[in-house]
Design a protein around this ligand. Structure first.
Ligand code: AMP
Ligand code: TRP
Length: 400
């Protein structure tokens, strides 16, 4: 692919790790479709990211094909954009290795997604230890209090000194015991986490930096990762000379965070415990309607947009607005005097129309076609990736 003159280079990707839902569609893919008209776009199926958590090989294979079909059915046009499988271009893993060598632990330990997934949060650990100092040790232990009470009745100096020493010993033991308890828990969780999961943002930085990307359209949860790509680009350029462009993150505000239908305080997620959390792009319209009718609602009965006070109806309104292409104001007007039930019934219909149309396109795409598209995409990118790796190797001094 020769990047078209004067056009911005856009890169984004999704992991082939299970069903994609309308959060992925509205938050990411739908904005990609619009962008391909005026930019040079590259959309990846990031399989090396997917394996940072265990995947069954057969499911992974199916999911890669399914994700490519979803790209195509959504309107990503392989004549206009490049669609490819990350592992087809070895330079992604190669560049990730080089970037690893300029990444600090502190760059990665603060990643929210890692802390959520791995449940290993150094800050939380520190807070727990500090709270011990304030609460458990100074204020807490019954035993120490009892000894303190006893101390008041003592007369002889030797007895008092003995008691004070006892208190200090007890305090030390309690402090050590409690901090050891936290330490053990932390270490157990840390030991369970895969290195890949921790290192995941560096691979993502490699994806982005390999192609001189100008902008990365993603959902809000990926902002921190794109920032790392910027940091690493600047750090590398600073140490070795210019090789990378610092990319901008691109977030469509209205769809940055589509929330779960069963819990509007958390984002819609394919790893949610209940299928009632999300509408999958492959859900049949009837079961999607059931999920919408069952979706949590707020107190009150008006259809008004207020993310803080009415998160549930606001989320449903966002979905309505984005799929039907009408403004939130118009929706409010349309449903003045009507209740949640009426609104949900209409939304079910809109989602049904969207899913029907989407799935018709999806089902027409064959596996052979998918493989050809991915092969073509990799072929277009390989020269660019190889070229960038040559520059990188030259800069760090490993080309003889
Ligand atoms: P993931 O499913 O985490 O691989 O995400 C793929 C893309 O979809 C990323 O750009 C995410 O930011 C975006 N995305 C995932 N879930 C949501 C959501 N609930 N709302 C908006 N965007 C999302
Ligand atoms: N980490 C992203 C996610 O989970 C997927 C991803 C991998 C990506 N590499 C990327 C997104 C490069 C944008 C650009 O959603």
């Amino acid at each position: 692919m020769a990047p078209k003159a004067g056009k911005k280079i856009i890169f984004s990707g999704i992991q082939p790790s299970g069903v994609l839902h309308i959060g992925n569609y509205l938050g990411a893919i739908a904005q990609w479709v619009a962008m391909q008209e005026v930019n040079s776009c590259i959309f990846s199926i990031v399989d090396y990211h997917a394996i940072t958590v265990p995947q069954k090989p057969k499911d992974l294979r199916d999911n890669i094909v399914q994700t490519a079909k979803i790209y195509l059915a959504s309107g990503i046009d392989p004549e206009k954009s490049v669609i490819f499988q990350q592992s087809d271009i070895a330079a992604h893993a190669e560049l990730a290795w080089v970037l690893n060598t300029i990444t600090n632990n502190s760059d990665l330990a603060k990643m929210t997604q890692f802390k959520d997934k791995a449940k290993v949060d150094l800050d939380e650990y520190e807070v727990a230890l500090l709270s011990l100092v304030e609460k458990d040790i100074l204020g807490g232990e019954e035993e120490i209090h009892r000894e303190l009470a006893r101390l008041k009745g003592m007369k002889s100096k030797a007895e008092i000194m003995g008691s004070l020493e006892g208190i200090v010993r007890m305090a030390r033991r309690t402090a050590f015991g409690a901090s050891h308890h936290y330490f053990k828990e932390y270490r157990e969780r840390f030991n369970r986490v895969g290195v890949g999961l921790y290192d995941y943002p560096v691979l993502m930085a490699a994806d982005i930096l390999l192609y001189d990307t100008d902008a990365v359209p993603v959902g809000e949860d990926q902002t921190q990762h794109v920032e790392l790509a910027r940091t690493l680009a600047r750090r590398f350029n600073g140490r070795f000379g210019d090789a990378f462009k610092a990319p901008a993150v691109m977030i469509r505000k209205e769809s940055a965070r589509i929330m779960g239908l069963d819990d509007p305080r958390k984002k819609m997620s394919k790893s949610a415990k209940s299928g009632y959390n999300y509408i999958a792009l492959t859900d049949d319209p009837r079961s999607a309607a059931k999920k919408i009718m069952r979706a949590v609602t707020d107190s009150g009965s008006e259809i008004t947009y207020d993310r803080a006070e009415k998160p549930a109806i606001s989320n449903l309104m966002s979905i309505y607005s984005l799929l039907w292409n009408i403004s939130l104001d118009e929706i409010e007007k349309k449903y003045r005097g009507k209740g949640y039930g009426d609104f949900k019934k209409d939304l079910s219909e809109i989602v049904g129309i969207f899913l029907n149309d989407f799935q018709k396109k999806y089902n027409r795409i064959g596996d052979k076609e998918v493989k050809a598209v991915l092969k073509k995409g990799a072929g277009q990118l390989k020269p660019l990736a190889d070229n960038k790796m040559r520059v990188v190797k030259e800069k760090i001094g490993i080309i003889l």
